[in-house]
Design a protein around this ligand. Structure first.
Ligand code: 3H9
Length: 707
């Protein structure tokens, strides 16, 4: 305990330093240590004020998230443990929180219980609990509105985004910014306030008055939350808790907060979101590529192909400050590509995301070219040409000639065999897949595809680069479609089967949207372009078993030129604002084609739609996991939450299977096998885990993914 919290002094000022690396999480032992130090300071009459600070890279990033599992599993009941500590601080000698790095969650609650806050300009303050499916549980919903006002407090607690120290200063959450040495500045501040009466946050009522504004403020917040955080319970609970600050005393408000906090903490949503939190950090850990693996510096790159993906990828690098050579084969394609990049940046300026000056600086980093002449200067190349193996091999053969021996040669292929692409070079160890998701400059996911001979240094470099680019890199094995698209294929197949069996496209999309998917599978197809899948299906048709049912109506739509949004019609019709409108004509056509193919028509429930599509997804996920194409079930979950709009509050497909119960899923998959044939053959791992009463989360293959 002594190590976790240290008490020192500087003349009449006590300094309480929290030292619990890496982020000074408030574990029960840390809370106890702070209580002990504050107690000692209060007993010492020569101490006039207290400075509370964090050692290392940050103040306090919140309660220890690992403890929550112990609470929900009944091992401990310490959820309310922080409240008495915060009252002890607030009732004690004048205290100043000295903030650097992050003051998040319980860390901000701790800082708000002190009488003053000073901060380094680069620090961030926030109540991110809703991102973990919970709400602040140590008085944050009651103290924050007293310091920043109701509107900002409700936004911070319900949306979970942090604010900068500068904004916190303007709002009154921080009393002074300290440039330079934070502890010296905090001590100076503490000396200044040591003789003044210490204001208790819980007694500050002035920002809570204005009852006439309360109703629209809270109803507006609920509306926003329902739209932006659809399906999540914690944000609404956070609004209720902040509203309580206007209706109840501080103590009663804290009691209500506690009740809501516990309700959220014990929910499946919170468990799923905490799984995602740790999963996002876990994916960076690759058993046979240790942290110490040397990485190559990536200070310049080239992108081959200036189409939608290539242009988006060029923007990703430029946004990270890395200069990019953007190559295409002919001048008009290059001009079109650059115009699209400019248009995309324009819309970011319009939405207030970037300034004109920022965009001009980024654009200067993108150099168009028609030749490979300068490729010898770059550290890495990302190929993003049309999805065809012959073309890709041709490009890689040229890259092999043009690039330095230590350059990384990456392909943005979404389905093709990375080893076959690598075979076109004399250096397969330098070849890797970097599968960006569309739009590349927006989507967070980056599948990093490991070939048979990809070097560990390339993997380590790409994983680190992903972080630098603001992406979540997930290492996957080499197989058709890798993890994400390979699973998605089964999901969409069932969606089309359901339409052929009698469900309307709207009914299918609505059921999955209500399940929490960002967009239904058919609307997703219209957005991506139905011709893309059609072309791939045609290419692989020779591999299909003619005895196994294949979807038919998707191809028929393409034959009619209905490619989706880009042709104004696909599964839906689209108006000039690209709004999807149910199309009776397409529904009639589907019905006619299905009847002609002898497919019996019936009523299909939303429950069946969800089970058919989602269970098809996770049955394939189980195969992928068993084969080692994904290292952990969490890796699949992270891919689906960040790349495919799977609801984070369900924890990803594999976590969802665990929540439903692997046995229950296995039984339903068995029912579908009996009814719909061999496409529903249960994955061996699904069967095994069901029989052994185990979970996907408990299963880790953790072998290098090399299929
Ligand atoms: C809360 O406070 C509830 C309260 O109302 C009180 C209720 C009673 N606990 O992200 P990084 C680990 S809820 C435990 O890679 P960065 C993390 O897993 C909490 N562990 O670093 C990782 O471990 P590993 C509200 C934590 O520099 C390592 O620290 N607070 C915690 O990119 C490094 O993390 C939050 O939600 C934690 N609270 O980002 C803040 N935080 O190395 C959550 C981190 O083994 N944290 N770890 O993989 C963050 O947002 C980021 O970690 C932060 C640093 C921005 C602080």
């Amino acid at each position: 305990m002594a190590d976790l919290v240290e008490l020192t002094r500087d003349n009449q000022i006590a300094i309480v330093t929290i030292n619990n690396p890496p982020v000074n999480a408030l574990s029960p032992a840390v809370a106890q240590g702070i209580a002990h130090a504050i107690d000692q300071a209060s007993r010492d009459d020569s101490i006039k004020a207290v400075v509370l600070m964090g050692a290392g890279r940050t103040f306090v990033a919140g309660a220890d998230i690992k403890e929550f599992d112990k609470i929900t599993s009944g091992q401990t009941s310490r959820a309310a443990g922080l409240l008495p500590l915060l009252l002890q601080i607030e009732n004690g000698k004048p205290a100043v929180a000295a903030i650097h790095g992050s003051a998040f969650g319980g860390g901000l609650e701790l800082a708000m219980a002190t009488h003053y806050r000073v901060a380094a300009p680069a620090s961030q303050l926030g109540q991110p609990e809703v991102k973990l499916g919970i709400i602040p549980g140590a008085g944050g919903t009651q103290r924050l509105p007293r310091l920043v006002g109701l509107a900002k407090a409700v936004e911070m607690c319900a949306e979970g985004n942090p604010i900068s120290a500068r904004e916190a200063l303007t709002l009154g959450l921080v009393d002074r910014l300290i440039e330079g040495n934070l502890s010296a500045g905090a001590l100076q501040f503490a000396r200044e306030i040591s003789e003044r009466p210490a204001p208790k946050t819980r007694e500050r009522e002035e920002k809570l008055r204005q009852p006439e504004q309360h109703e629209p403020l809270f109803s507006g917040a609920r509306e926003r939350v329902r739209a932006k955080q659809r399906g999540m319970i914690a944000p609404l609970a956070a609004v209720d808790a902040v509203e309580a600050a206007t209706q109840l005393s501080f103590e009663e408000g804290c009691q209500l907060e506690q009740k809501l906090f516990r309700k959220c903490l014990f929910s499946d949503q919170s468990k799923a979101l905490i799984h995602i939190f740790f999963g996002e950090r876990e994916v960076a850990k690759i058993p046979d590529v240790p942290k110490e693996t040397p990485v190559l510096p990536i200070n310049s790159v080239a992108v081959v192909g200036a189409g939608t993906m290539g242009g988006g990828i060029a923007m990703v690098f430029a946004n990270a400050g890395i200069p990019v050579l953007l190559k295409d084969a002919d001048q008009p394609a290059l001009v079109r590509g650059l115009a699209t990049i400019e248009k995309n940046y324009q819309s970011s300026i319009k939405r207030g995301r970037f300034t004109r000056q920022y965009v001009d600086e980024r654009l200067k980093l993108i150099q168009p070219t028609l030749s490979y002449d300068d490729f010898g200067k770059v550290d890495m190349v990302v190929e993003a040409v049309f999805e065809g193996i012959a073309l890709k091999k041709d490009v890689f053969a040229q890259l092999d000639r043009a690039c330095r021996k230590d350059a990384i040669l990456a392909s943005n292929t979404s389905t093709l065999n990375i080893d076959e692409i690598a075979s076109a070079t004399s250096r397969p160890e330098s070849v890797i897949g970097t599968h960006f998701f569309s739009p590349a400059n927006v989507m967070r996911l980056l599948e990093i595809v490991r070939g048979q001979r990809t070097g560990k240094q390339m993997i380590a470099t790409c994983m680190q680069l992903a972080k630098k680019l603001g992406k979540i890199g997930v290492l996957v094995g080499n197989c058709r479609g890798f993890v994400g698209n390979r699973m998605f294929h089964h999901y969409v197949r069932e969606a089309v089967f359901l339409v052929e069996e009698g469900a309307s496209p709207q009914a299918v999309d609505q059921a999955l949207y209500d399940f929490g998917m960002a967009l239904g599978p058919l609307a997703t197809g219209d957005l991506a372009g139905l011709d893309v899948g059609w072309r791939i299906r045609k290419e692989y048709r020779h591999l299909e078993n003619p005895a196994v049912r294949q979807p038919i109506v998707g191809d028929r739509l393409c034959e009619l030129g209905r490619y989706g949004q880009k042709t104004g019609a696909g599964w839906y019709r689209y108006d000039e604002n690209r709004r999807a409108i149910a199309d009776p004509e397409v529904n009639d056509l589907i019905r006619k084609w299905a009847i002609e193919a002898g497919i019996p028509q019936r009523e299909i429930s939303a429950t069946e739609i969800v089970e058919r599509c989602i269970y098809a997804l996770l049955n394939e996920g189980a195969r992928i996991l068993e084969e080692g194409v994904a290292l952990r079930s969490a890796d699949i979950d992270i891919i689906y939450v960040n790349g495919y709009g799977f609801p984070s509050y369900r924890g990803g497909p594999m976590w969802y299977a665990d929540t439903v119960g692997v046995k229950n899923v296995y039984q339903r998959v068995g029912d579908f096998r009996a009814r719909h044939g061999e496409l529903w053959e249960p994955a061996p791992l699904l069967r095994r885990l069901a029989e052994e009463n185990r979970t996907f989360a408990g299963f880790s293959r953790l072998q290098p993914a090399t299929v």
